[in-house]
Write a protein that binds this ligand. Structure first.
Ligand SMILES: Cc1cc2nc3c(=O)[nH]c(=O)nc-3n(C[C@H](O)[C@H](O)[C@H](O)COP(=O)(O)OP(=O)(O)OC[C@H]3O[C@@H](n4cnc5c(N)ncnc54)[C@H](O)[C@@H]3O)c2cc1C
Length: 339
């Protein structure tokens, strides 16, 4: 008989994050399918007061609480997770792919002699058997896997399940102690944004805005207009709160000594050797839409592109709509319309 643990943490803002709520929904569905008991294990400064807000119907709620569990730190997250897995006696451990748990859980799986599968994009229960879906080779091949090993840790990528509804239900929570807790050698002294001009990667944004190398190329007047490009892109991001993606050619320009968009880093790169972000919509600008780039759009459902070239890659079945237009003019007008 399986026993499912939803392993989760409270964000340091005091909220339960969207990725965690999605995993909660997934854990509830898997437990229902398996006819298994669902246990919730929550980590945070005051985790016991927040377990009920997860909005899942669980047989038991366990919490590791304390100020030292407020911040992301491998040692305390791994110790707390190990204590929760052991206390729950779970055979299947479900978590959302937050940066904290993605980092801590592979080590936890080792500590409890379990197995872990990360980047999971779907799950099914058939005849009492759990199978999960996962992509390989930069999202080119999809596999369906089962595992006989227990406990089996399954980390869900964001966007697979709808988030479990928030609740204000009070639940009875069992406090779980962490053996040999602290003092931790790592102290968290603050957070730095990944780029010098603030965060441009927003995984929860509805829209992915991709900038390509065309923004820095010579335009119709024979000159390049990189500062104007940067202003248009920044202006659009501020107004729309879209997440910023890039082609490889654009981010590589910094290492090649060319004129660069100052807030663009290699972290923004989308594609075969970049990221595969998940957003409901994507808008590509000044980017040719070559296959090694577009393979990173696997999980972007509705796609549009602005390109001067009517024969660009996007126009060959890779986008739903292609505007054959000057992106400088288009984005200037879009920014005006957004106010
Ligand atoms: C092994 C390997 C891995 C790779 N991995 C990646 C990856 O992860 N990600 C990635 O992006 N690439 C990757 N590439 C590179 C990829 O093949 C392309 O070279 C790259 O995506 C091209 O970037 P681009 O479209 O921005 O630039 P370009 O090909 O230079 O295209 C610029 C486009 O801008 C348009 N343009 C110019 N001015 C305007 C304007 N005013 N308005 C509208 N449009 C305009 C042009 O018409 C042109 O289509 C990889 C390549 C290899 C071989």
């Amino acid at each position: 008989m399986e026993r499912v643990l939803l392993l989760a943490h409270v964000e340091s803002s005091g909220e339960i994050g969207k990725t965690t709520r999605e995993a909660a929904q997934g854990a509830a569905e898997i437990a229902r399918g398996l006819g298994a008991e669902l246990v919730v294990g929550l980590i945070g400064a005051r985790a016991e007061t927040q377990a009920g807000t997860l909005g899942v119907d669980a047989a038991a709620f366990l919490a590791v609480s304390g100020d030292e569990f407020d911040e992301a730190r491998y040692a305390s997250d791994a110790a707390a997770s190990t204590a929760l897995v052991k206390a729950s006696e779970a055979t299947v451990v479900i978590a959302g792919a937050t940066s904290r748990l993605s980092r801590a859980l592979p080590g936890v799986a080792q500590r409890v002699d379990g197995r872990i599968t990360t980047h999971v994009t779907g799950a099914e229960v058939d005849g009492g058997q759990l199978s999960i879906e996962r992509w390989y080779y930069r999202q080119r091949m999809k596999a369906t896997l089962t595992s006989p090993r227990r406990p089996w840790f399954v980390i869900f990528a964001p966007g697979i399940y709808g988030p479990a509804p928030a609740s204000d239900e009070a639940v009875t929570c069992r406090a779980i102690g962490v053996p040999a807790a602290g003092p931790w050698r790592t102290r968290v002294i603050g957070e730095d944004a990944g780029s010098s001009e603030g965060q441009t990667i927003r995984p929860d944004a509805t829209l992915l805005f991709v900038a390509g190398a065309g923004w820095t190329k010579k335009q119709g007047d024979g000159a390049s207009h990189v500062p104007e490009a940067a202003e248009l892109i920044r202006g659009f991001l501020d107004r729309s709160q879209a997440s910023l993606g890039s082609s490889k050619s654009l981010v590589d320009q910094s290492s090649e000594g060319g004129d660069v968009i100052p807030f663009m880093t290699h972290l923004n790169q989308v594609g075969q050797t970049g990221a595969t972000p998940r957003h409901p919509k994507g808008l590509s600008t000044c980017c040719h839409g070559e296959e090694p780039h577009v393979v990173g759009w696997r999980f972007v459902t509705e796609r549009r592109a602005v390109n001067l070239d009517a024969n660009c890659g996007w126009a060959r079945g890779k986008a739903d709509v292609v505007y054959v237009a000057d992106a400088f003019e288009v984005m200037k007008r879009v920014n005006e319309l957004l106010g």
